[in-house]
Design a protein around this ligand. Structure first.
Ligand SMILES: Nc1ncnc2c1ncn2[C@@H]1O[C@H](COP(=O)(O)OP(=O)(O)OP(=O)(O)O)[C@@H](O)[C@H]1O
Ligand SMILES: [Mg+2]
Length: 272
């Protein structure tokens, strides 16, 4: 029997956030956020520093600080997960995370191979030769072809860009339907940034991505749509091309000006 994978347009959205508010210490820092990411869509969450991007991401990932008060709804693949930490979510609602600081995300004392084996073993139940094969495949998928060396290296023996590729490989290892990447390229130089953007694009061909950045130029190189946050609230939700040419909110216009002041990479430019 041939099993045809569900067509992307028939699948549930990977993420639906509705009326999400987050308060800490009595201050409402995320205010009524609504956003949606389709099953194979790449959506950028953009906004100035302090606009609430990381808190929104933490609500999606289930990693808000203790004491956070949450209202509204977060649904991952149709499963209500609001306020539930990752360990208390069903496998179907798994969300993978890539952060800003790959050095902090990896254990400095453990070789990369052993760290990459963990999600393959724990989430996918792989063992032995199959685990080793998939581990090498994952490294190749993120552009790390020298698998043997990388697997035996400790994180400190890799470059920042290589470490971030390892983190993306670890995120992909769990086969989550949604990847949340919070400023994954901010700590990297421009060339490495472009390479990591390409890796993320390839890695999310059949998955959803919520890509958090304050940099509209990077968002434009990777995503089709952007949700703009300001003061914890959504002020614009639009295709990136429209946002670049016709921003309708002052904050969006400020992000466009900032992107134009830097070199605005095109899709083709970044992909090469
Ligand atoms: N643990 C916390 N306790 C109290 N306030 C917090 C906490 N985390 C974030 N905030 C506040 O919430 C607001 C939004 O923070 P958030 O980290 O979501 O911003 P951001 O958009 O990710 O900014 P950046 O681009 O600098 O990463 C800020 O005013 C911040 O000071
Ligand atoms: Mg942040």
């Amino acid at each position: 029997m041939v099993i045809t994978p569900a067509r992307a347009e028939d699948r549930l959205p990977a993420l639906v956030v509705d009326g999400l508010s987050v308060s800490l210490g009595g201050r409402e820092l995320v205010r009524g956020v609504r956003l949606e990411v389709g099953a194979t869509e790449r959506v950028a969450l953009i906004g100035a520093s302090g606009s609430g991007k990381s808190l929104t991401a933490a609500a999606v990932l289930g990693t808000l600080p203790a004491g956070a008060q949450v209202r509204g709804s977060v649904q991952v693949a149709g499963v209500e997960v609001t306020g539930r930490p990752p360990a208390r979510r069903p496998a179907a609602a798994r969300v993978a995370a890539v952060g800003q600081d790959p050095a902090a995300a990896l254990n400095p004392l453990v070789p990369v191979g052993a760290q990459l084996a963990l999600p393959l073993r724990n989430h996918r139940g792989l063992r032995g030769a199959e685990l080793a094969r998939q581990r090498t495949e994952l490294l190749a998928a993120v552009g790390l072809d020298d698998a043997e060396r990388v697997l035996h290296s400790s994180p400190g023996e890799l470059s920042g860009g290589q470490r971030q590729r390892v983190c993306i490989a670890m995120a992909l290892a769990s086969r989550a339907g949604l990847l949340v990447a919070d400023e994954p390229t901010t700590a990297l130089d421009l060339v490495t940034q472009a390479q990591v953007v390409t890796v993320l694009r390839e890695a999310t061909r059949d998955a959803a991505l919520l890509f958090i950045t304050h940099d509209l130029a990077v968002a434009a190189a990777l995503c089709d749509r952007a949700v703009v946050l300001h003061g914890g609230a959504v002020v614009e939700d639009a295709p990136i091309t429209r946002l670049l040419t016709d921003p309708r909110h002052e904050q969006s216009a400020a992000l466009v000006r900032a992107a134009r002041a830097g070199a605005l990479p095109t899709r083709a430019g970044v992909a090469s």
